[in-house]
Design a protein around this ligand. Structure first.
Ligand code: C2O
Length: 480
């Protein structure tokens, strides 16, 4: 099967002569030109399939700490640069090469709208990216002859608020960590907008005890996917109507910072799981889904020998034993909160399409107390409907009369055709502490509104459910 129109990404499918476990393996060959083209994989072929299934326990390498970029020794930094340089230098026919690995990411996202393989906008988001990083890390390690010891560094944006300098300087193709298609401010060392994946946000996420809100469910993205994930993508990617590189899921993994960004998201998930069993939190808190639909999702990748391999979500949950890396776990203070279930009413005759939060009568006392004592309060909007084509950066507000109080930003990373078919769902975890008096006002309470930023189109807020989470206390964790 040949596709000649540009970009010339050509694939050949053949049934491998050697039977792989469980049936015929499908092998792929890509040809991509030119290397820097901003084009998604042509025709959106389905991702590779089959391959040797990963077996827990097969990886017997030492368990090694994944480092923060800022903690790399100069030898480690040299190794990292060498690994990316070697990756970029692989011939374009090699399935391990930089651009084809980036295309592999695109094939699994709404870039190639295919609900069966989509790994964003649902609970597959965390496990898929963990598996992808695992094989990418192995490829990089093998290229520098250090499969045992090389681990991907992460960009800990919650504390390092500008892009780590090795990825920015020198700003030239001679730097294998550099990428041309970035936002000018960020590329020049500018800081991330406040609120985007900052410490307060990360704390708020650590205080979120259910996986659905944190990491999504079968049909909706969780809160991590929009902030920090989406916002930092869009902050870093070059601003064009559809976004370049980090600003567009079709190309995002062409920027080496993608792997440092996702490394930090992976760390966030790992730490979140690490809070399970903390005294004072419910036994179900900080646990991954146990639904077979989550656990059995299986995806194929290329390993460091270019062989097709497959991995299940359940294989990645224990990253220390199975994938041979760990993160240093800090001591955290996690909030203990009370949940007030509310209703989000959308959208009356209001030309601005604003929504109203309805608080049940029996919870009025609790919320009044929260206002009086200024208790930190989150507003969770479960499974907000994201209309087709809505991508970019947004901000939610509580609007009352002339006053607009921000509830926080979130982002839906663009894709090249703006062709997301049908609506998606995404849970928003917002900070309602400052807006609470307006939201609870007896007379003409505030309405909720989403405003698009940088040209993104606003949309009405429709959610499956709404909750206020009022912080009552905090516990030190992990303490079991
Ligand atoms: Cu699969 Cu950050 O995107």
């Amino acid at each position: 099967m040949k596709r000649s129109h540009p970009p010339s990404l050509e694939r050949r499918r053949f049934v491998a002569g050697v039977a792989a476990l469980g049936g015929a393996a499908v092998a792929w060959r890509y040809v991509v030109t030119p290397a820097f083209a901003q084009n998604p994989p042509s025709g959106c072929p389905t991702p590779p399939s089959g391959g040797t299934p990963f077996q827990p326990g097969q990886d017997q390498r030492p368990i090694v700490l994944r480092p923060s970029i800022s903690a790399l020794t100069s030898a480690q930094l040299t190794e990292l640069r060498g690994a990316y340089a070697a990756l970029r230098a692989l011939p374009s026919s090699d399935p391990r090469t930089w651009i084809l690995q980036a295309d592999l990411h695109a094939l699994y996202c709404q870039q190639c709208t295919n609900d069966a393989t989509q790994i964003h906008f649902k609970w597959s988001f965390f496990p898929w990216h963990r598996a992808y990083l695992y094989y990418y890390e192995r490829i990089l390690g093998a290229l520098v002859g250090n499969l045992d010891g090389f681990r991907l560094p992460y960009w800990d944006w919650e504390v390092a608020r500008s892009m780590p300098s090795p990825y920015r300087t020198p700003a030239a193709a001679s730097n294998s960590l550099w990428d041309a298609n970035r936002d000018g401010g960020i590329a020049g060392g500018g800081g991330l907008p406040s609120g985007d994946g900052d410490l307060a946000r990360v704390q708020q996420l650590y205080g979120t005890q259910d996986f659905a809100t944190f990491g999504g469910n079968a049909s909706s993205a969780g809160a991590c996917e929009n902030n920090p994930h989406g916002l930092i993508h869009d902050d870093v990617g070059e601003q064009t109507p559809t976004g370049l590189d980090m600003g567009n899921l079709g190309f995002a993994a062409r920027d080496p910072i993608f792997f440092a960004h996702h490394g930090n998201l992976d760390k966030l998930w790992s730490h979140w799981n690490g809070l399970a069993g903390t005294s004072g939190v419910p036994a179900t808190a900080y646990r991954n889904p146990t639904d077979p639909g989550f656990l059995n999702a299986t995806w194929s990748f290329y390993d460091e020998t270019s062989a097709i391999v497959s991995m299940r979500a359940s294989d990645v949950l224990d990253h220390s034993d199975n994938l041979r890396y760990i993160y240093a776990l800090p001591v955290l203070h996690i909030p203990i909160y009370e949940i007030i279930r509310c209703e989000l009413i959308c959208c009356g005759p209001d030309p601005e399409k604003s929504a109203t939060l309805r608080i049940p009568q029996e919870s009025v006392d609790a919320t009044t107390l929260a206002v009086r004592d200024r208790l930190p309060t989150s507003l969770v909007l479960h499974e907000v409907e994201i209309p087709a084509g809505a991508t970019g950066t947004f901000e939610a507000f509580a609007v009352r009369g002339e006053r607009r109080v921000s509830l926080g930003r979130f982002a839906i990373v663009g894709e090249s055709h703006m062709a997301m078919k049908g609506a998606h769902r995404m849970t928003l975890l917002l900070d309602a502490t400052k807006a609470l008096p307006d939201l609870l006002a007896r007379e003409a309470p505030a309405t909720l509104r989403v405003i698009g930023r940088r040209g993104a189109k606003s949309f009405p807020l429709r959610a499956k459910g709404a909750e206020l989470r009022i912080q009552r206390s905090a516990v030190e964790a992990p303490r079991k």
